[in-house]
Design a protein around this ligand. Structure first.
Ligand code: HEM
Length: 453
């Protein structure tokens, strides 16, 4: 078990602060959320209302798995995220609308499709390895943007196939940044009922870049419709999807929204998880060497194959433990569609309940030494007796992340290749400060020293 104060980089606040609400909102989740079955985040009345934080796995199970039809995504999270993960997409659809979109997209995440993507995962990771090999000895790299570039290349190939080269990758990544880094502001404004036109720091740049992104993706859809190419990618799948019950197909707005959603939800999350994993391994050299030994034993010097992946057990456990400590999504929000009683809670229709993944994952009653790093927590023996809602990086129930298997496969391949090739170490004195953007990021990046292994 590895311990370091940076693994819990802030002290939970008894009294919420507006500064934290606009930058690192989990700092406002009170200490009780790490030891009780639920907690109320106090309001800074009349500005910030009280918020219910759920941490009891059996209550969470009831909401996400047993009675999901009684809940919908809450309006606050929807307003905060919906300029970047688009409103008409699978991510935000509800009821029958959601069911058909989920059915339409599911074939892209079937096992055979994911297996077929393995060479793309290898190629994109190896291209970063070549880039880093050119660097001088003891070079320092911020691994957060580097992971975003690799996972973005992968998702572009999965979504657009041959059309991937028509998109300006750097411009796209730069254009999503203003929206990603202002999510805490939009959530805060939604919570206090501020009008949408009220500016916040960076809102002008957000509007401009969202406009550019929309145009870029509409262009790609129009191009594919004209060319009539039937490629083996997610765009072609969505273009040909038809609801067997109603005969409905996706209109352009839904197509654009879903492409957008996959391109963003499909790379930013895995990039975040990978960056935190490298940072944790840079702290814990013993686990880093154990992972390297595993890759050398299972794969040797060859390219990783699909058959290898199952045997990379410690690599996978390391990713799982990393997403426990630093879950890319800090929690999911739900609101009941009617007044309802769940466990000890009487919730009114539309009231926000946050399933506080960050706190569940560090809860005193659910984990020994909750702030310590120990990939062996995810060994099969130790996982067996754990409640299925004590660990929720991908959510649970019918709305569980559709890209979960995609992400686990992709991250296992990338992590194995990087750790086989390089040794990562921390920069002494570099302190991290968390930022709750679309995913849980470090405000000043995650710079690491990188040398050949
Ligand atoms: C480490 C990587 C990832 C993490 C931690 C993650 C996490 C999540 C979480 C927490 C949810 C919300 C579940 C809920 O509201 O109950 C979600 C939903 C979703 N994710 Fe992921 N995700 C990851 C990778 C991906 C990838 C690779 C894709 C696509 C290629 C993707 C696409 C989606 C979509 C479309 C939804 C909405 C599903 C629905 O509402 O039916 N995610 N993800």
């Amino acid at each position: 078990m590895y311990h370091h104060p940076d693994l819990m980089p802030f002290t939970p606040r008894e009294r919420p602060s507006m500064r934290a609400a606009a930058s690192n909102m989990i700092e406002n989740w009170p200490p009780q959320a790490y030891r009780d079955e639920y907690a109320i985040m106090r309001g800074v009345w009349p500005i910030l209302p009280r918020t219910l934080l759920l941490t009891d796995p059996s209550v969470i199970e009831e909401i996400l798995i047993a009675r999901p039809e009684k809940f919908r995504r809450d309006l606050f999270q929807t307003r905060a995220l919906s300029n970047i993960v688009n409103r008409q997409s699978l991510f935000f659809a509800e009821g029958a609308d959601w069911r058909w979109q989920r059915r339409a997209a599911s074939p892209a995440f079937r096992h055979d499709k994911l297996r077929a993507l393995t060479p793309t995962f290898v190629k994109c990771a190896e291209s970063l390895v070549s880039e880093w090999r050119q660097a001088p000895r003891d070079a320092i790299f911020d691994v957060a943007p580097a992971m975003s570039r690799v996972t973005f290349d992968i998702i572009l190939t999965a979504v657009l196939g041959p059309g991937a080269q028509d998109l300006d990758r750097n411009k796209f990544l730069a254009a999503i940044n203003p929206s990603l880094s202002t999510i805490a502001w939009r959530f805060l404004y939604a919570r206090i009922g501020a009008p949408r036109f009220l500016p916040f720091p960076g809102s002008g740049r957000v509007a401009e870049s969202v406009h550019w992104l929309h145009r870029a993706i509409s262009g790609l859809v129009a191009q594919r419709r004209v060319s009539g190419i039937d490629a083996d990618d997610i765009l072609s799948l969505l273009l040909s999807a038809q609801d067997p019950e109603t005969g409905r197909v996706m209109n352009d707005e839904e197509l654009i929204s879903n492409l957008y959603t996959f391109m963003i939800a499909g790379h930013e999350t895995s990039a975040t998880a990978l960056a935190w994993t490298l940072w944790l391994l840079a702290h814990d050299q013993t686990s880093q060497q154990r992972l390297r030994d595993e890759v050398e034993f299972v794969v040797g010097k060859h390219d990783i194959t699909v058959e290898n992946i199952n045997n990379l057990t410690f690599t996978r456990q390391t990713l799982q433990e990393s997403m426990r400590l630093f879950p890319p999504a800090i929690g999911v929000g739900r609101a009941p569609i009617e007044d309802i009683k769940i466990g000890p809670h009487h919730l009114r229709a539309g009231e926000l309940a946050i399933i506080a993944g960050w706190c569940v994952h560090r809860h005193e009653k659910l984990w020994d030494h909750p702030h310590g790093f120990d990939p062996d927590r995810f060994s099969p023996e130790r996982t067996k007796s754990r409640h299925r809602c004590a660990y929720l990086p991908f959510g649970a129930g019918p709305r569980i992340c559709i890209g979960m298997n995609f992400a686990m496969l992709e991250m296992t391949v990338i992590l194995a290749i990087l750790v086989r090739s390089f040794r990562f170490s921390i920069l002494p004195g570099h302190r991290i400060e968390l930022a709750t953007n679309l995913t849980l990021r470090a405000k000043n990046g995650l710079p690491l020293k990188i040398e050949p292994a």
